[in-house]
Design a protein around this ligand. Structure first.
Ligand SMILES: [Zn+2]
Length: 202
């Protein structure tokens, strides 16, 4: 029960309900769940290109030939990809930073995958595309959360990109997103509008 309570969004009461559910479940069902958890731990890693979750060296999106390799959407966490995908507004690829800049909490640029993003945009990141060519990114959409840390992260990346890859267009999602809220909780209409109305940062 203590282990269940450690899961995100699971409080004491819910942990208790889950424990009772598992007690009532057949041994087969309970062990299937245990196996599924073990499988996630053993098989799921991070994509070598974008750091999304992947059950091989590359995630589903980076392996998809139909996705435009010239546009990259930068998000804080792998879970932020799901709401953006649901809008059907975006057909490019992603880059997962692994958080947002927060000097107070000790999160500095080198703690995020910013260097990897800059290398991808500069075309110096290894490995490149499946066919061995660099991605030739022309637009970077900064879709970090509309929070203080998310905004600071977007500005920092925009400055770095402007310096190193001045020919690349940098855009930020338009307002319409509730300030202070996480992307994960935005409905697809709001997020879809924010996407189509994204503005240029540099
Ligand atoms: Zn990927």
């Amino acid at each position: 029960m203590t282990e269940l309570g450690k899961l995100p969004g699971i409080g004491g009461r819910t942990a208790q309900r889950l424990a009772f559910h598992l007690l009532r479940a057949s041994e087969e069902d309970a062990l299937a769940l245990a196996d599924a958890i073990r499988e996630v731990k053993e098989r799921i890693g991070l994509c070598e290109i974008c750091f999304n979750l992947a059950d091989g060296p590359r995630c589903r999106i980076c392996s998809d030939e139909r996705r435009e390799p010239s546009t990259v959407c930068v998000v804080e966490e792998p879970s932020d990809i799901i709401p953006v995908e649901r809008t059907h507004e975006f057909h490019g690829r992603y880059h997962v930073l692994g958080g947002a800049l927060s000097p107070i909490d000790g999160v500095d640029p080198e703690d995020l995958r910013i260097a990897e993003l800059l290398a991808r945009v500069a075309g110096t990141h290894e490995p490149a595309n499946a066919d061995g060519r660099p991605e030739e990114i022309r637009e970077v959409v900064l879709a970090t959360n509309p929070t203080t840390t998310g905004e600071a992260t977007a500005l920092h990346i925009a400055e770095q990109l402007h310096e190193r890859s001045p020919d690349v267009t940098v855009t930020r999602l338009a307002s319409g997103l509730p300030v202070g809220a996480d992307l994960e909780y935005a409905d697809e209409l709001t997020l879809g509008r924010a996407f189509s109305g994204r503005r240029r940062l540099s």
